[in-house]
Design a protein around this ligand. Structure first.
Ligand SMILES: Nc1ncnc2c1ncn2[C@@H]1O[C@H](COP(=O)(O)OP(=O)(O)OP(=O)(O)O)[C@@H](O)[C@H]1O
Ligand SMILES: [Mg+2]
Length: 317
């Protein structure tokens, strides 16, 4: 596998504000990279530099072998960019919108009609071909915008929060689309606020906070580490003392927190579990066999970011 995006010592200052501080990243060809971080972390700034819309203060960036400083035209040919903000297109039909962007990329007229249909089919908007862009729902606009980024068949897609503001159904559709694009051989660099939402589609991720990369690596490896630190919550009918005593006897249970903690419900306990799926299933079996009246048993994933940062501390970078 070869590196398709390389970022070396990237720093961006807006006046006195350091928006990016010495960022280093390497993205492999064909990967789906999730760039995760809270508001103002520097995601859009990074992506605007990758797409040559913004000049770095210092540092070097290459996309598909082209330097953003020395060969911005080469970079632009290799990428498709979906900005975080969808422009206003009055009085333009869906097919005209795609046709317009294809024309911008010098795609010949004869090729455009077929290509527009193919792209609309890919993003599942064939039935909206003659509709006005403004009449589309937000989710549909987002998919149309994604179709637009594909018009010149770029190797690399840079998508700034492609799923933001969408309902759960539409978010799943975007994720499916990302998978399809990955299968087509595209490299995808996309941003999001929420790790748990993107974890299953990414092959690698980076977490950025206040302009600094705090964790970065291969998703499969990180997932393995996450599995070694599972946080499980179990709830029983009545007092939790017998449950706690039972858990203390398990080799895989390391620490137990009771419902005196603020976010743990009454009659529930939370514990760290170090075993695999089989061991976890055996534990639940054991509870029931020992007469514990279990009403819920589940793995906590809500604070995936926190767990993630703990787990990756000192391992990555
Ligand atoms: N044109 C600008 N001029 C001055 N400061 C800016 C400019 N653009 C961004 N910033 C600042 O740079 C920092 C990073 O902003 P950026 O938009 O890259 O964050 P982000 O991670 O994309 O956030 P969000 O999740 O809200 O989209 C913020 O502190 C922001 O206020
Ligand atoms: Mg942003």
């Amino acid at each position: 596998m070869s590196t398709i995006i390389e970022i070396q010592g990237l720093t961006k200052k807006y006046g006195g504000l350091v928006a990016l501080n010495d960022l280093n990243l390497e993205i492999e060809e064909g990967s789906v990279f999730g760039f995760i971080g809270p508001n103002g972390a520097g995601k859009t700034t990074t992506m605007r530099i990758l797409t040559t819309l913004l000049k770095p203060t210092s540092g070097k960036v290459w996309v598909a072998g082209h330097s953003v400083n020395d060969d911005p035209r080469g970079v632009r040919r290799a990428i498709g960019y979906m900005p975080d903000f969808f422009g206003v297109y009055d009085d333009m039909k869906v097919w005209e919108y795609l046709d317009f962007f294809a024309a911008c990329y010098d795609i010949p007229t004869e090729a455009r009609a077929g290509m527009t249909d193919d792209l609309l089919a890919l993003v599942d908007l064939g039935h909206k071909k003659e509709a006005y862009v403004e009449s589309l729902s937000r989710g549909m606009k987002q998919r149309l915008c994604l179709a637009r980024t594909l018009a010149h068949d770029p190797q690399v897609l840079i998508l700034d929060e492609p799923a933001s503001g969408l309902d759960p159904r539409a978010r799943i559709e975007i994720r499916e689309l990302l998978r399809e694009l990955k299968d087509m051989g595209k490299t995808i660099f996309f941003s999001s606020h929420i790790l748990s939402e993107v974890a299953d589609v990414c092959t690698s991720i980076g977490i950025i906070e206040a302009g600094e990369l705090v964790a970065y690596g291969d998703m499969a490896e990180m997932k393995k580490q996450l599995r070694a630190h599972r946080l499980v919550q179990a709830q029983v009918i009545g007092d939790t003392t017998p449950l706690q005593e039972f858990l203390l006897r398990s080799d895989h249970v390391t620490s137990i927190t009771g419902s005196d903690e603020a976010d743990i419900p009454l009659n529930a306990v939370q514990f760290d579990f170090s075993g695999d799926d089989e061991a976890l299933s055996d534990l639940l079996n054991g509870m029931v066999a020992n007469g514990l009246r279990v009403i819920s048993f589940h793995e906590e994933t809500g604070d995936l970011e926190d767990v993630f940062l703990q787990v990756t501390k000192g391992i990555i970078n």
